[in-house]
Design a protein around this ligand. Structure first.
Ligand code: COA
Length: 216
């Protein structure tokens, strides 16, 4: 019996558990959530403890995945787990098409209908959401989220913790900085820097945040 422990029993966690249960690897899936014990179940899955308890709970037959939607928080939790020697797994829906010549670092999740093509390298804790396309030779740094239906052409680089919004497209060969948000439906046709919010067709930077979070 192999068990998957999912940290975070919200909407994103529900889709992570659903993707995991569609495959054959895990016979038991259980959640850990800060709202335990008030939050005791999600769909037909049990919430059994708080995330802080994971190190004591995870045995040799258990795998752990972090299902926190916020990119920065998800990465911080993954880094803390890894530093404490708790392994973090990868969850891929069986209906995702992932090239054997692509690589996924620990903590990644890939949902149904997503396609990841040859030569692409995906960092720790990334989300490749439902129906998203990441074409050949892309590089996604840690904790990037490619939202449902978004598409990256070949050789695109996305920096840490950036979010490509639902249905957005990024032309091949471009670079998107870290901590940047690309709006839903945007068409990115030029490089976008760090700490930016960009939206529209073609995408224009509307806001730039400093590293301390203040907005220009
Ligand atoms: C781009 C985005 C981050 C901006 O959020 P925001 O700063 O809260 O923006 P607001 O909703 O206050 O809108 C501000 C203006 O930008 C416009 N705008 C917002 N999002 C836009 C988008 N994606 N494309 C074009 N224009 C957009 C609004 O119409 C509004 O215009 P106005 O001032 O002329 O009325 C957000 O709208 C977005 O697209 N998020 C992506 C969400 C997503 O992909 N979710 C996936 C979940 S898995």
């Amino acid at each position: 019996m192999r068990r998957l422990l999912v940290l975070g029993a919200g909407g994103h966690g529900k889709v992570v558990a659903d993707a995991a249960s569609a495959g054959r690897k895990w016979t038991v899936i259980e959640f850990l959530d800060d709202r335990y014990p008030e939050h005791g179940a999600l769909e037909d899955w049990k919430v059994i403890a708080r995330p802080a308890d994971v190190a004591g709970l995870a045995g040799a037959d258990d795998d752990v995945i972090v299902a926190i939607g916020d990119n920065a928080r998800r990465l911080a939790v993954i880094e803390e787990l890894l530093s404490r020697g708790v392994g973090v797994t990868v969850v891929t829906h069986p209906a995702a098409v992932i090239s054997p010549r692509a690589s996924l670092a620990p903590g990644c999740v890939v949902f149904a209908g997503a396609v990841i093509n040859a030569g692409t390298r995906i960092g720790r804790g990334c989300i490749v959401n439902t129906g998203a396309i990441v074409d050949h030779d892309c590089r996604l740094d840690d904790a990037v989220h490619v939202a449902p239906g978004a598409a990256l052409g070949g050789n695109v680089h996305v920096g840490r913790r950036s979010w490509i919004g639902i249905g957005a497209s990024v032309r091949h060969g471009l670079s998107i900085g870290s901590d940047t948000m690309i709006g839903a439906g945007a068409a990115v046709v030029a490089d976008i820097g760090d700490n930016a919010v960009a939206m529209g067709v073609p995408a224009r930077v509307s806001t730039r945040r400093d590293s301390d979070g203040t907005v220009e």
